[in-house]
Each structure stands twice: as C-alpha cells, then as structure tokens.
Unconditional design. Sequence first.
Length: 216
Amino acid sequence: MSKIALFGAGGTIGSRIVDEALSRGHHVTAVVRDPSKYTKTDDHLAVTTGDVLDPRSVASVAAGQDVVVSAVGGGNGPGHIATIKPSAESLVTGLREAEDHPPRLIAVGGAGSLRTPAGNLVWDAEGLPEDLLQVMHAHGDALDVYRGVSDLEWTNCSPPASIQPGERTGTYRTDQDDLIVDDDGNSHISAEDYAVAIVDEIEKPQHIGERFTVGY
C-alpha cells in the first residue's frame, strides 16, 4: 500500500481521491489549511496543516510519502495571479527539497489545452467566459512548468470538458492530449471515476513524465 499526501483534500475532486484511496487500503494524509474544519475520519487517514504555495511546507509534507497529489483549485484571478501555476512551481521546488528520494507527484490539470476532434484546442472555442479562459490558461502554464521538469517523477491528469459529482462506475478511457468524447459528442466523467483513474495511476504508473486525460 502507498503513503499518499493530498493537497486540496476537502475539494470536490480531492475528497473523492481521498475516499477512493482509503477504500483500497492506502494510507492518506489530507493536507489542509485548517485541520479543525476537516471532519473525515478513518484508521488510514491522517490530517496535517500545509500550504501548497510554500515550498518548505511541501517539502515537510512530502517527507516519508510515496506520492504527493495536488487537487488544488485555481481561484478566479488571471492565469499568473491565480493559484494554479504558483502551486505547480511550489510543488516542484518543495519536492526537490524533500528529504531522501522525492515522492512522485500527480497533479490535477485542466481541459483547456486538450485537442478537440475538430483539431483545435478546447480554450480556442468561441464564447467562453473570460474567467474560465483565465483558469484554463493557468492550467496550461502549470503543465508547461511540469513539462520542464526532468529530475522528478510527475504526472498531470486533465479531466474532460465536464467533471461533476456522480456515480462511481470504475470505467473510463484514457488519452494523452486529445479530448475524450462519447458517441454523442459529450466529454464528461464523474468526479468519482476521475478519482478511480488517479488511484489507478498511483497503483500502476502508466504516465510518468507526461500529461494524460480521462473520460467516458
């Protein structure tokens, strides 16, 4: 079983990754700003204070872990002001400072830089709200940060166009840079099955040093 530290454990995606990992017997450390507000309990769950934007905090949390997962959201500011790219930079710096062998990093990414069946990128679609575009491009900037790293084991997982709480089916498809769509042209996955894909990647690494995406 793996030791997993997870930033963003209280969020929609992060909380489901916690649940999925615990259901498989992994040991999870939920990294949150205020442990008093994190109420989930489990024999294999620890809760600690941490700040994904502080490399020293990242290094401290990473000590003794096999995998660090970042499910931190992006906020509402422009790409370089929102937390997404700074989080990526802090995670990379912090893991490089971690004692012993740095744990593997798996980061939740964004769909904006995926290629659509029409051949353009998701963020090139007309009519997208400006705040959504800023978050999409921030995820693209974060992916560029990871792609510039050769001394750490990292993986970035882009969700499809739509990810919402729903049913855990345990099934999904994967690709690298192409948006996954179903026979009706929809690109979607439940947050529960996205979590399945993340924990599957933890247990059987298939995408070290690259981005991949999932969907139905």
